[in-house]
Design a protein around this ligand. Structure first.
Ligand code: SF4
Ligand code: SF4
Length: 90
């Protein structure tokens, strides 16, 4: 399930550099996640980095984007050509 950022975001910017897929960017009102790039951190980390670092818990799973692990890993491979997902991250 791709993550999304809620209106609780205080634009601190902490999450952006933590995303292994460059899925996070500054939006018009607050930071946003591109659901086409979010893998829930599967392939790179054992847990979701944006949610871990957010001081106001504004990074949450988005039920509008439900994907299987296989779909998320296929997405990861598309974003990291020639690399293999890290063991223990999916
Ligand atoms: S869950 Fe991981 S991949 Fe998705 S936006 Fe957050 S840091 Fe990026
Ligand atoms: S870490 Fe949280 S508060 Fe900071 S920019 Fe990201 S979503 Fe917004």
């Amino acid at each position: 399930m791709a993550y999304r950022i809620t209106e609780e975001c205080i634009n601190c910017g902490a999450c952006e550099p933590e995303c292994p897929n460059q899925a996070i960017s500054e939006g018009e009102q607050y930071y946003v996640i591109d659901p086409a790039k979010c893998t829930e951190c599967k392939g790179s980390h054992a847990s979701s980095k944006c949610a871990e670092v957010c001081p106001v818990d504004a990074c949450v799973p988005d039920p509008a984007h439900k994907e299987t692990t296989e779909q998320l890993l296929a997405r990861w491979r598309g974003l990291h050509p020639g690399k293999q997902p890290a063991q223990g991250t999916y």
